[in-house]
Write a protein that binds this ligand. Structure first.
Ligand SMILES: CC(C)(COP(=O)(O)OP(=O)(O)OC[C@H]1O[C@@H](n2cnc3c(N)ncnc32)[C@H](O)[C@@H]1OP(=O)(O)O)[C@@H](O)C(=O)NCCC(=O)NCCS
Length: 173
């Protein structure tokens, strides 16, 4: 891949992916099973990552803060939006937003937001460089900058955990 390749967010974004809720998608409270929403979000985010990385195999490395803001109910249709916020060397942050829409009642509520971290792999399963992201709209630029702050926080957390693990292993704690 050209090391300077950069692609706009719109080149890989997925808008309005719909999933109709059926009775076997509900839990005992008659609301949608959260794992279903997680699995569909992960699949859609992986498609965004693969489109952005020029059809590389991309694996989920981390799900950063999946927030279930409201339940989806029987009769709702889930509507998914996913787009890349930022890429670094081999990793990409994909934001996913999910709405529950009821066409009968004419309601649409935001039910989930999450950030998925994907890593692109080469044919030997080693991380490989991905294109940079060109944020074009105001919202894309905001998400691009916020993604930078989140990466710094995640890296600090990983470093702290590694230090703690090493201390436990060496018997210091
Ligand atoms: C994700 C994975 C490829 C990273 O491999 P690794 O040898 O740790 O890779 P490196 O340390 O060289 O890091 C490579 C990139 O992954 C990122 N990364 C590694 N672990 C990460 C984590 N937990 N969260 C977010 N990013 C992570 C690094 O920041 C780095 O990004 P950059 O190249 O953009 O700077 C590896 O841990 C893996 O294969 N995990 C399993 C993935 C999987 O099976 N997912 C499906 C789960 S069912």
């Amino acid at each position: 891949m050209d090391a300077n390749l950069a692609k706009p967010v719109s080149a890989s974004a997925i808008q309005n992916h719909t999933y109709k809720i059926f009775p076997n998608d509900l839990n005992s409270k008659e609301t949608v099973f959260g794992g279903l929403v997680m699995a569909i979000s992960d699949r859609i985010a992986s498609v965004v990552a693969e489109k952005h990385s020029e059809a590389r195999t991309c694996v989920t490395a981390e799900v950063d803060s999946m927030h279930f803001l409201a339940p989806a109910q029987r009769g709702d249709t889930l509507v998914f939006y996913a787009s890349i916020n930022r890429s670094w060397n081999s990793s990409m942050e994909i934001g996913v937003k999910v709405f529950a829409e009821n066409f009968h009642l004419k309601t649409k509520k935001h039910i989930v937001s999450a950030y998925f971290l994907f890593v692109a792999l080469d044919e030997h399963n080693c991380p490989i460089k991905v294109p940079k992201v060109i944020p074009e709209t105001d919202a894309e630029q905001r998400r691009y900058h916020e993604a930078g702050a989140r990466r710094e926080r995640r890296q600090a957390e990983r470093k702290e955990k590694q230090t703690k693990d090493a201390e436990i292993k060496s018997g210091i704690k």
